[in-house]
Design a protein around this ligand. Structure first.
Ligand code: BTN
Length: 247
């Protein structure tokens, strides 16, 4: 990918992913690196049918189109590359971040950034929501935080976007050339629960095991007994309940 981003800002959109998807569908030669960003997002989409709503100038909500092959196995690691970039951005602001498979970015166990990658004709869309200026996160259905809560500072989202894109560029270039192995080191350096017992929920199914590592495309490897490692492509990771010890 040539390192040029073409940023299109909107005042208000329902979802930057949806707007970019529609643009990509009706523009067969849409350049790779096209970015749709919005100051306010009224019905953003998250993983597992969650909504990602963002008030005016509150958060960074944007989507990036990349013209790449659309092998579905490569899609998850595109989000992982974006998660690594978000962690870089936070660290440059003095905030220590960790990564939770498949692509959550956490600060002290609280979510600060969510990513939704989707295949579209001619490439992929990587949608990113970074909590920036929120003072409170009590309206969110899971423990969450923001740059403002962590640093005490107020940020101009319009200035933050190119900073984020600059962090993204080396990881996306590595991902485009080498897939997950291009970002494996950066991912594994920050990932939580490696080698630990975990529980994975996918729809109604729950599985317990140990997070043994990640496969060639970033799929999670769940060790369920000494000789069995199951590749997992989707789901939500939780910690298993602590076992009770009886004396
Ligand atoms: C998640 O569930 O963690 C993923 C959330 C992704 C939200 C972002 S906000 C910008 C982009 N547009 C969307 O509609 N969703 C993504």
């Amino acid at each position: 990918m040539k390192p040029t981003f073409n940023i299109i800002w909107h005042a208000r959109l329902s979802s930057t992913n949806t707007t970019l998807q529609e643009l990509a569908e009706r523009t067969p030669d849409l350049p790779s690196g096209t970015v749709i960003a919005t100051r306010e997002q009224t019905r953003g989409r998250g993983r597992l049918d969650r909504v990602w709503i963002s008030g005016k100038n509150e958060n960074l909500t944007f989507s990036l189109f990349l013209r790449v092959g659309t092998d579905p196995h490569r899609l998850p690691s595109a989000s992982m590359a974006a998660a690594v970039a978000a962690a870089d951005l936070l660290e440059s602001e003095g905030i220590q971040a960790s990564l939770k498979w498949p692509n959550d970015v956490l600060v002290n166990g609280k979510k600060i950034c969510g990513i939704l990658s989707e295949a579209v004709s001619g490439g992929v869309i990587i949608g990113i929501g970074l909590n920036v200026n929120m003072d409170t996160t009590t309206h969110i259905d899971q423990p969450a935080t923001s740059l403002r809560i962590e640093s005490g500072k107020h940020y101009d989202c319009e200035h933050l976007l190119p900073v984020f894109l600059n962090k993204l560029l080396p990881h996306l270039t590595a991902w485009e050339c080498h897939g997950f192995s291009g970002i494996r080191k950066s991912w594994e350096a920050r990932v939580t629960n490696l080698g630990k017992p975990i529980r994975l929920r996918d729809g109604n199914q729950e599985r317990n095991g140990v997070l043994a590592g990640f496969g060639d495309d970033g799929e999670l490897l769940l060790q369920t007994d000494e000789s069995t490692r199951i590749p997992i492509w989707s789901g939500e990771l939780t910690s298993p309940p602590r076992s009770r010890h009886h004396s």
